[in-house]
Structures are given as structure tokens and as C-alpha cells.
Design a protein around this ligand. Structure first.
Ligand code: SF4
Length: 351
């Protein structure tokens, strides 16, 4: 025989389980009802012109985010897939607010990209963001992708300690090919600059990474010797990609068709460099949906349909809502090795 308190406790547990099950069934209807009655407070389930949400019930966590805070660049690469369509850059405080929101939503790695990140206030803007993300938000990984042409040693002195990885773009070790591609600026030699940056990364304890876009002009090159000498922690090798509205199509600022290579050509390039253990290949398919990309307004860009379709800004609707329209495929992100040792503290490098 149970005592009265025991019987009441049991009854309470049974009722609680029943109510929870009922709530799970009703939750989606409740959300819709709330959306209809309070449109300003509850975001709609679909929004015009922003693509379809992923349909995932579990909110996507923005573990690793690429924030292209500027579209302006001092180079003119013929295949550029994030072109200077606006000159907008968020005020520093707004950018910081968005980054704090992303951290709150689970961000562990931020990558600042462009355009050219060091163009804005001669690197001070990106320096302040890097410092904020490491010092205030305590993100495990803070990185920058740059063409490297505007970075000075004083930047490393001031901000190097807060930066985990510097990725520099280099598509060829033949200066003439760099000029053909559009990676060049008057008399400045892209390759000599690369050597300088490599040294500063060592001197100021920043992990050095290389990014190369394989296209019609460099697909036959043998880069083994130079890559071994530079000894990057990671060499990202991208297959040149067409993006409607960026480097192909009527409203695009580039015509990248002449740079495109076949999958077989890309495989041949990879095969020629198979001895390089830090090489990470990225085919077109992997690039389309395995990145979380934020544009200059902090809108996620969905690349699944071959063009960049923006969500609303996270600053207006929050991360959890905006990310539904990002087109991000978490499985593809993990498959392409998107999660790796990305804190310099864990890399055990000999600086
Ligand atoms: S350096 Fe990068 S952002 Fe600048 S034009 Fe070249 S590809 Fe575009």
C-alpha cells in the first residue's frame, strides 16, 4: 500500500508526462498562432526572396563563421567571387554587437574576409575586431583571409597576439601568372610579399595558411617546392567557381568563364601535389553549401542555387532566425574537414 504523499507524487508525474507530450504536439501550432497575432514579435516561417529554410528542427549552431565585412579590394582578380558591389561597412560597435550575438549562439571560430580586410582604416578596423573576438569574446579561433598586400609589421606588433591564423591568397609562384589573374598591384611583387608575411607570422606566433584558386592559368603549375619551403599549417586549394551575380551573369562585375576548369583538371592538379600533407582540396560542390557566410550587413548568404541569396540581418532578426536561410549544410561542413585544430595554442607549432 502506498502512502497518500507517495500516491500524489506518482499522480503528479503521470500528469506531467501527459502534459509534456501534449505541449510537444501543440508547439508548432502555437508558434504559427503567435506569428499571426503578433507579426512584429515572432518571425514568419518563410520570408520572400530569401530562399527556403533548411527545415531542420534543431537550430543550426554557427560554429564557424566567415564574416565578409567589406567588399572593397585593391586587387582585380578575374574570378573574384565576392566583388565590390557595395562600399558599405558596418560601424565598429554594430559589428561587435553582431559578433557577440554569434558567440551567444555557439560560434567558436570567426574568419574575417572581404574584399580585402586590411583596406579598411589600414588594418585598424580588422585589428580591433580580432582583438575583441579574442580578448572579450574569448573565441578559440580568430583568423583572417587576405591578399596580403597591405599588411605591415606594425600590425603584427599590435594585434598579432590575438590572431590564430592568417591565410594569404596565392595562386601562382610565377609573377606573370599572378598579373594575368589580376593579383598584382603595379610594381609590388606578390611572391616577395608572401615571403615577408611568412616570416612575420613566425616572428609574431601567428599560424600561416595559404589559399589557392585553381583556374585555367595555374592548373598546370607544379607548386610542390614552394609550398614545402613556405610550410603552411594548411593549404586550401579551391576549384575556381562561378557565382551568378558576382563573377558571371548580367549584373556581375566579373566574367570568370575563361578561368573555369573541369573536375578532371582539378583532380590532375591535386594528384600532382598529393605528397603535400597539409593540402585541403575544395571542389565546387563543397564550396557551395559548407560555409556560413555573413555579408557586410551581417546577412547570411545562401549559395545553394549558384548565386548569393541574402537572409535578413542577424542584427534585425537574431541569429537563430537568419541562419535558417543560410543554406548551410552542417554534414558537408564536417565532411570537408571544416572542424580542425584551429587555435594556435593547440597547434604545437615551433614558431
Ligand atoms: S584579392 Fe580576393 S577579394 Fe580581392 S579581387 Fe582578388 S579574389 Fe576578390
Amino acid at each position: 500500500m502506498r502512502s497518500l504523499p507517495q500516491a500524489l507524487a506518482m499522480l503528479f508525474r503521470v500528469l506531467q508526462a501527459q502534459l509534456s507530450a501534449l505541449w510537444l504536439c501543440l508547439a508548432p501550432f502555437s508558434c504559427r498562432l503567435r506569428g499571426a497575432l503578433l507579426p512584429g514579435r515572432s518571425p514568419p516561417l518563410l520570408e520572400e526572396g530569401a530562399g527556403e529554410p533548411d527545415g531542420a528542427e534543431v537550430p543550426t549552431v554557427p560554429t564557424s563563421v566567415n564574416y565578409h565585412f567589406t567588399r572593397q579590394c585593391n586587387y582585380r582578380c578575374g574570378f573574384c567571387f565576392h566583388t565590390a558591389k557595395t562600399s558599405f561597412v558596418l560601424p565598429l560597435e554594430e559589428a561587435r554587437r553582431g559578433l557577440a550575438m554569434l558567440k551567444e549562439a555557439g560560434m567558436e571560430k570567426i574568419n574575417f574576409s572581404g574584399g580585402e580586410p586590411f583596406l579598411q582604416e589600414r588594418g585598424e578596423f580588422v585589428g580591433k575586431l580580432v582583438q575583441f573576438c579574442k580578448q572579450e569574446l574569448k573565441l578559440p579561433s580568430v583568423s583572417i583571409v587576405s591578399n596580403g598586400s597591405m599588411i605591415r609589421e606594425r600590425w603584427f606588433k599590435r594585434y598579432g597576439e590575438y590572431l590564430d591564423i592568417l591565410a594569404v591568397s596565392c595562386d601562382s609562384f610565377d609573377e606573370e601568372v599572378n598579373v594575368l589573374i589580376g593579383r598584382g598591384q603595379g610594381n609590388k611583387n606578390h611572391i616577395e610579399n608572401l615571403q615577408r608575411l611568412r616570416k612575420w607570422c613566425r616572428d609574431y606566433a601567428v599560424a600561416f595558411k595559404l589559399n589557392s584558386v585553381i583556374n585555367r592559368f595555374n592548373v598546370d603549375e607544379d607548386m610542390n617546392e614552394q609550398i614545402e619551403a613556405l610550410n603552411p599549417v594548411r593549404w586550401k586549394v579551391f576549384q575556381c567557381l562561378l557565382i551568378e551575380g558576382e563573377n558571371t551573369g548580367e549584373d556581375a562585375l566579373r566574367e570568370a568563364e575563361k578561368f573555369i576548369i573541369s573536375d578532371e583538371d582539378f583532380e590532375r592538379f591535386l594528384d600532382r601535389h598529393r605528397e603535400i600533407s597539409c593540402l585541403v582540396p575544395e571542389s565546387n560542390q563543397k564550396m557551395r553549401d559548407s560555409y556560413l557566410i555573413l555579408d557586410e550587413y551581417m546577412r547570411f548568404l545562401n549559395c545553394r542555387n549558384g548565386r548569393k541569396e541574402p537572409s535578413k540581418s542577424i542584427l534585425d532578426v537574431g541569429v537563430e532566425h537568419a541562419i535558417k536561410f543560410s543554406g548551410f549544410d552542417e554534414k558537408m561542413f564536417l565532411n570537408r574537414g571544416g572542424k580542425y585544430v584551429w587555435s594556435k595554442a593547440d597547434m604545437k607549432l615551433e614558431w
